[in-house]
Design a protein around this ligand. Structure first.
Ligand code: FE2
Length: 430
């Protein structure tokens, strides 16, 4: 007897009319037809069943704090950091936990079941670290929360920065972060990359650094990150986040940099919603977009994922945990409008992001966790176009969220109600 059987589902790899059988929280069979009894059967009706969404870059300690103590007037990264500095002394663990849990509820409703969140370690009390470790334990039954020790004010620029970061790691934070472009000098930034990678090698940790979130084409810490990754044998365990300076770099230099990143096995995370608003603020016209070179990195063989980064905080005033909105913005900013390009944007918020986080049991194969989302769309492109309704969200075989399908309730002109309402251009048909 199965626990759950999903029938007539389309899968992200293009297979249609597939069934998926679930027992004890895991996928036990994937086939066109499965003849077995199940406690619960879901007829997907030709809609897309996808592994859950993954956000590989977020700041949960700041989320839902928009307007506290004031809003960001200039819209720049630097005013956001200053504003966060004003807010920090007033933060309480209870307030951080309450906001984080509220966000996680939103995330689950949107089919987002794994989040990598940076947590600021600059404050000697490491209040936010303890709060988010508590949140991590509390949400574990329904959401994987991975934490990154993030010295927001600069590892070397902050008194006690290295000790604070190490204390966060001792408490159980999973990943080592950094912000080399915010250190006092380029040389000090490079020194933090080296030091943080050495700590990671020593402790067997993953690395995810905010890297070159700047419009300065000479901000080249990603080069040092790739070099240190190779030197210390950390291939596949390191990520460079944002990397926006690459947008403004000289093309010749980038032609050398891309293969260097690829051979080091460093993943890159672009945060399209945030960097399309934060970057280029010192420009008049033409005004740079400021997102990293996504298709070029992908074509070079680099694993590229998209992150949400912020929701309602000192840096960004919008957002709702919808990774399809993130993919939609990424697609536009990177002009990835080909069929293949749009599918790659879907991968950037699912499989590529899961790879960044080293998620175990992710996917729709036999043996994987039955953690998937039934969308009101037939394929990944339609899902992005519609920012599709999450009809059902399952976590290890258990239904954790449900949303009614989007449909008209009135037929004002007397036409027969169209149930098959999603238009499909011929070239997207399978
Ligand atoms: Fe960030």
């Amino acid at each position: 007897m199965l626990d759950l059987l999903v029938t007539h589902a389309n899968l992200p790899d293009g297979r249609t009319d597939m069934s998926i059988a679930v027992r004890d929280g895991r996928i036990v069979e994937v086939a066109p037809r499965i003849d077995a009894q199940a406690h619960e059967t879901v007829d997907a009706g030709g809609m897309l069943l996808t592994p859950h969404f993954v956000d590989p870059h977020f700041h949960m300690d700041a989320t839902l704090s928009y307007g506290l103590p004031r809003v960001n007037q200039s819209g720049t990264l630097l005013e956001g950091i200053a504003l966060w500095g004003e807010l920090k002394p007033t933060l309480t663990a209870d307030a951080i936990i309450e906001r984080a849990l509220a966000y996680c509820d939103w995330a689950v409703a949107k089919g987002l079941l794994a989040i990598r969140s940076h947590v600021d370690t600059s404050d000697p009390s490491i209040l936010a670290v303890e709060a988010l470790l508590d949140v991590k334990r509390r949400v574990a039954p329904y959401l994987d929360l991975q934490l990154v020790a993030f010295p927001q004010d600069g590892l070397l620029r902050t008194k006690g920065g290295v000790d604070n970061l190490k204390r966060a790691l001792d408490l159980g934070v999973d990943v080592i972060g950094g912000i080399p472009h915010f250190e006092r000098t380029m040389a000090e930034g490079a020194a933090t990359v080296k030091l943080l990678c050495e700590i990671a090698a020593e402790r067997g940790k993953l690395v995810d650094m905010h890297c070159d979130e700047s419009d300065d084409p000479l901000s080249r810490h990603i080069e040092t990150l790739a070099y240190e990754t190779q030197r210390l044998g950390l291939q596949g365990r390191v990520t460079g986040s944002h990397c926006t300076s690459m947008h403004s770099m000289d093309n010749y230099y980038v032609s050398k940099l891309l293969p260097l990143i690829a051979e080091s096995g460093v993943s890159v995370i672009a945060n399209p919603l945030i960097n399309i608003t934060l970057q280029g603020r010192h420009d008049t016209y033409p005004k740079r977009r400021g997102m990293t070179r996504v298709p070029e990195l992908m074509n070079a063989g680099v694993n590229v994922a998209f992150g949400h980064d912020c929701v309602m905080d000192p840096w960004y005033s919008l957002g709702c945990g919808d990774m399809l909105e993130v993919a939609h913005m990424g697609l536009h900013v990177a002009q990835m409008t080909s069929q293949e390009g749009m599918r790659r944007c879907f991968d950037a918020v699912t499989t590529n992001a899961a790879k960044v986080m080293h998620l175990q049991g992710y996917g729709l194969r036999v043996g994987c966790d039955a953690s998937f989302v039934l969308l009101q769309a037939r394929d990944p492109i339609e899902a992005i176009r519609l920012r599709a309704t999450r009809l059902k969200v399952f976590r290890k075989g258990r239904l954790v969220a449900e949303t009614s399908p989007t449909t008209a309730t009135l037929d004002l002109e007397g036409r027969p109600q169209k149930t098959d309402w999603i238009a499909r251009p011929r070239d997207t048909a399978k």
